[in-house]
Design a protein. Structure first.
Length: 352
């Protein structure tokens, strides 16, 4: 007769220990879920073949890509979330992590539910094996805005280089057509007087006039390169000269405080170019210029009562101002409703 095997009896103590362990694991699970769902990174769990696990994405992943939690699972990650032309690279990144059992990193585009692509820096990392098998963590950071800024910086630098080249050509042309021609004509006259082919008395009077005209032109060119008044008398005095030259009434309110040279030069050219734009395009009768220190910035404001409608990308010179301000890590805002005038506000770091 076979003996019946008695079942092991679970004591009250062992049951209590088991319950406490289960409760501890549940608390850890809730903590991990809370961390994952509040993390800014886009998180997704996948199997070794690249298939996305059901209900294995965090809120940032779902919110950024536009999915509900129950919609993200199933299918291969690179087929669903990576656009054509980049899927092979994404697949190779994931399979490399699986093969090497190490973190693999990549930077590329992911697809949102509506088909819009975003730029993402992401990695695939093997996690400790769990009961259901090997699992891998895909973790991404949305870098679309960073990429946009990088591209804007590249375009801005290209525009600055092009503007500098254009300025050099314009300076060369102005020298050639202006002061240089006067000086060459004067040289020929003096040589003629030296050889006795031209009356020296007549040459002297003409030479004085030509030299005076050449000096005036050279001074005007030098003023355009770097205003002497800015160096000798400061920003406020230099801007008073700019306002006096403008073909419309300009109200000035400029700080008398000493400002670092590079910041003062930037403020000078911002006001000069802004007033030039007002005169050319705004159809305004008056303008106001305010330059004041505000905290760690020098704030430059130029307003007019013109037609408004100024567009940063319309080739009205505002793009050049934007590049100049960006080069100093500053900020430029333009408010220009049609028919409501234009308000330009630049912030320049005083430590620039």
């Amino acid at each position: 007769m076979a003996r019946s095997r008695a079942k092991p009896r679970r004591t009250a103590k062992s049951t209590a220990v088991l319950r406490e362990r289960i409760a501890e694991l549940e608390r850890e699970r809730e903590l991990l879920n809370s961390i994952a769902n509040n993390a800014p990174s886009l998180l997704c769990l996948i199997d070794p073949d690249g298939a996305v696990r059901p209900f294995a994405t965090n809120k940032a992943f779902e919110r950024t890509l536009g999915y509900e939690p129950h919609e993200t699972g199933g299918g291969l990650f690179w087929d669903r979330y990576v656009p054509d032309g980049e899927r092979a690279a994404a697949r190779d990144t994931i399979l490399s992590s699986v093969r090497m059992h190490a973190t693999a990193e990549h930077e590329g585009r992911w697809l949102q539910r509506d088909g819009t692509a975003i730029e993402v820096a992401w990695s695939c990392t093997p996690l400790p094996k769990i009961a259901s098998g090997p699992v891998y963590l895909v973790m991404g950071t949305d870098i679309t805005e960073r990429k946009r800024h990088e591209e804007e910086v590249r375009r801005s630098r290209a525009r600055i280089v092009a503007a500098a080249d254009d300025a050099r050509r314009r300076l060369e042309r102005n020298l050639h057509d202006g002061a240089q021609q006067r000086l060459i004509a004067l040289l020929l006259q003096l040589r003629g007087a030296q050889r006795g082919t031209i009356d020296s008395g007549a040459v002297v009077g003409s030479a004085v006039e030509e030299l005076a005209a050449a000096v005036r032109e050279l001074r005007e060119l030098a003023q355009g390169i770097h205003p002497s008044a800015l160096t000798e008398r400061g920003l406020a005095a230099a801007l008073r000269i700019v306002a006096a030259r403008a073909p419309l009434d300009v109200e000035l309110d400029v700080t008398d405080a000493t400002v670092e040279t590079n910041v003062a030069v930037a403020a000078y050219y911002i006001v000069s170019e802004a007033l030039n734009n007002v005169a050319k395009y705004a159809g305004a009768t008056r303008a106001a210029v305010r330059v004041r220190e505000t905290g760690a910035h020098l704030v430059v404001v130029v307003e007019d009562d013109g037609r408004g409608g100024a567009d940063l990308d319309a080739g009205t010179g505002l793009r050049g101002l934007y590049d100049r301000v960006s080069a100093l890590d500053g900020r430029l805002d333009v408010d220009s409703p049609p028919g409501g005038g234009t308000r330009l506000r630049a912030e320049l770091p005083l430590s620039a």
